[in-house]
Design a protein around this ligand. Structure first.
Ligand SMILES: Nc1ncnc2c1ncn2[C@@H]1O[C@H](COP(=O)(O)OP(=O)(O)OP(=O)(O)O)[C@@H](O)[C@H]1O
Length: 247
């Protein structure tokens, strides 16, 4: 299946992950359709990163199964990329080399195009260390997308950015997702960010997905609208444990 086909489907079926006696996820079920963008929110310690690692194939469930396009996932999938908070660029390689690392010739062309698309073509010869945090994240985004992933996981990637850079990155992620659809799962503490980017927001609580909010607003989203604020408030109220006010 090619990139343009819109990504892979992702499922977690009856997933349990325990660390010794400590059960973090239990009988968790989740389905993300090919090309869909889902955000997972939850309190600190609810197991968001644990779930992300399982979906990425970086960790194995104690019981249950993760499936990509219906096939059980065993280890890293070549179609999956993860965008981490720190970007994880290799400091000894130039920006252009970081983006093109490990790619075949055709995807190397993608790499150059994507670096331009994220506004950093002129920085290709620089080392990551001289870039700002936001620039490094844009390079990491270009690198992830150059590999033509069917599934892109975002592990709080914008958490350390200042508010303006963060809004810019959110727009960029959305634009790139619309241009070249992939299946996206965003892990975030930021409910407004979840509602800005996702087709659906899921709440992870008590080891499973406990609530779900479809986001009905057309893109790009008017984040200043009363409807947007109401949905953010509804989700936030539920995350923090006030009576559910489902929208
Ligand atoms: N390798 C591990 N060994 C033991 N316990 C672990 C391990 N990884 C995670 N845990 C535990 O699992 C629980 C969930 O952790 P996790 O990092 O998934 O939560 P989170 O929702 O991502 O939290 P935060 O939002 O604070 O990053 C925590 O109690 C944590 O201590």
């Amino acid at each position: 299946m090619s990139f343009a086909a819109g990504g892979v489907s992702v499922e977690a079926v009856g997933v349990r992950r325990a660390f010794g006696p400590h059960v973090v996820l239990d009988r968790l079920n989740l389905r993300v359709a090919a090309g869909e963008f889902v955000a997972i929110v939850g309190r600190s310690g609810s197991g968001k990163s644990t779930l992300l690692r399982l979906l990425a194939g970086l960790d194995q469930p104690t019981a249950g199964e993760v499936r990509i396009d219906g096939r059980p996932l065993a280890g890293l999938s070549p179609r999956t990329r993860v965008l981490f908070q720190d970007g994880r660029l290799l400091p000894w390689l130039r920006v252009g080399e970081n983006v093109a690392l490990g790619l075949d010739d055709r995807r190397r062309e993608n790499a150059a195009r994507l670096l331009e698309r994220v506004g950093l073509a002129t920085r290709a010869a620089d080392y990551p260390g001289v870039l700002s945090g936001g620039q490094r994240q844009r390079v990491a985004l270009a690198r992830a997308l150059a590999a033509e992933p069917g599934f892109l996981l975002f592990d709080e990637p914008l958490g350390s950015l200042d508010a303006l850079t963060r809004v810019e990155m959110q727009r960029l992620v959305e634009e790139l997702w619309r241009e070249r659809p992939f299946t996206g799962v965003l892990i975030t503490h930021d409910v407004a960010e979840a509602v800005t980017l996702a087709d659906r927001v899921l709440l992870l609580e008590g080891g499973g997905i406990r609530a779900e909010w479809p986001v009905p607003f057309p893109r790009p989203r008017a984040t200043g609208s009363p409807d947007f604020a109401r949905l953010v408030e509804g989700v936030l109220g539920r995350v923090l444990g006030r009576p559910a006010q489902m929208t």
